[in-house]
Design a protein around this ligand. Structure first.
Ligand SMILES: Nc1ncnc2c1ncn2[C@@H]1O[C@H](COP(=O)(O)OP(=O)(O)OP(=O)(O)O)[C@@H](O)[C@H]1O
Length: 366
């Protein structure tokens, strides 16, 4: 039994995967400026949960509250159903079993890579700390660089050292704040994939902050979308993309054209056609969103006449701006290159229904 758990320790890399939950967490930096409003969500054991949202939506504040660097104003944070921060409890960061990775890696330039990784292992003897740090470095594939200094490593390798340092104490949960934003775009894909692989192998529960929807879709088992300190939607990438809860969520995951309409006889009329109102009551003001991928184009046939105002070649696809009768603004469409083979500007559109989303128009969505 002891031997089995010792093996598990070495191969798992994290002592146990935990559930981290926020229960109605609110926060304000000043009485007039609320940062978070009653946010409730949980990262399940072993899951990679991405906190996604535009700048200022409260992602970093939520992460700092989980880490114990910031205290919430109301609500609780629970680790495996044990309150670690709440009305009557506040565990300091070092007692939370939570690891942190920041965007700037924050490696000490004057310490060797081994010593950088060993840095947080103060509870262990020097030799034990060395062994654990080497296990952690091996996990990120950098054990051969243990005696070198950070400056000889590429940005991606430095990020792996930062990850090794964060997982070395075998935290129950890893928190990562925009961990790839310091990397150039070519390196980003590789380091992101490597990080995901390391997280999977170590079976860590991870919360990753990003403002990039594609990054969240690539990394997250689930995604929590935040706006103005509120949770907009929590679900898998498919759920958020296919069934966005609000117009904001729809626009965050794909570029859209939006038309306003009033629901009549269960449907909405737009310059791009008439569509089912998805159960909205007659008389409701609606926002009708068309993804840029919603259009099939043809020079001979279709449902809606349109005139090509501009074409931009993007490789596999081209981006069109179209004048459509009755539309007070240009409609943008993303179509396969070659779909319009001759230079004739008068074309026809056919709208794909699954790429049309109808929302009740709210103040928030305007
Ligand atoms: N120390 C602070 N004092 C006062 N206001 C702050 C402080 N830190 C953050 N804020 C404000 O709180 C809000 C949420 O900030 P936060 O950094 O959590 O958002 P974010 O979603 O992580 O944004 P970003 O992607 O730009 O980092 C913002 O309006 C920000 O200006």
């Amino acid at each position: 039994m002891v031997a089995a758990s010792a093996t598990a320790r070495v191969t798992a890399g994290v002592s146990f995967a935990a559930r981290l939950a926020f229960d109605r967490v609110s926060h304000e930096f000043s009485p007039t400026a609320a940062t978070l409003h009653e946010v409730s969500l949980a990262a399940e054991p072993g899951e990679v949960l991405c906190l996604l949202g535009p700048s200022g939506s409260g992602k970093t504040t939520l992460l700092r509250i989980a880490a114990g660097i910031e205290a919430q104003t109301r609500g609780s944070v629970l680790l495996n159903d044990r309150e670690i921060a709440g009305p009557s409890v506040f565990l300091p960061p070092e007692q939370r079993s939570i690891g942190l990775v920041f965007q700037d890696f924050a490696l000490f330039p004057h310490l060797t890579i081994l010593d950088n990784v060993r840095f947080g292992l103060t509870a262990l003897s020097r030799e034990e700390a060395r062994r654990e740090a080497m296990i952690s470095l091996a996990r990120v594939g950098l054990e051969d660089y243990a005696g070198s200094y950070p400056h000889i490593l590429s940005g991606g390798e430095q990020q792996r050292v930062a990850l090794a340092r964060a997982i070395a104490p075998r935290p129950a949960v890893l928190l990562m704040d925009e961990p790839f934003s310091g990397l150039d775009s070519r390196l980003k894909d590789t380091v992101r994939a490597e990080t995901l692989e390391i997280l999977r192998r170590s079976r860590a529960t991870a919360i990753v902050v990003t403002h990039d929807a594609e990054e969240a879709m690539r990394m997250g088992d689930r995604i929590a979308l935040l706006k103005d300190g509120r949770l907009v939607q929590l679900g898998t990438a498919q759920e958020l993309y296919n069934s966005p809860a609000t117009l904001f969520a729809a626009g965050f995951f794909s570029e859209i054209n939006v038309f306003e309409a009033r629901v009549e006889d269960g449907a909405v009329d737009t310059p791009l056609g008439r569509f089912d109102a998805g159960g909205l009551a007659d008389g409701t003001s609606a926002s009708v969103a068309f993804r840029l991928s919603a259009f099939d184009v043809s020079q001979t046939h279709g449902e809606i006449p349109a005139r090509v105002v501009s074409r931009r070649f993007l490789g596999v696809v081209e981006l069109l701006e179209l004048a459509v009768p009755g539309a007070d603004r240009l409609v943008r469409a993303r179509v396969r290159c070659g779909a319009l083979s001759n230079p004739n500007r008068e074309i026809w559109l056919t709208v794909r229904k699954p790429d049309v989303l109808v929302f009740e128009r709210t103040q928030e969505s305007t």
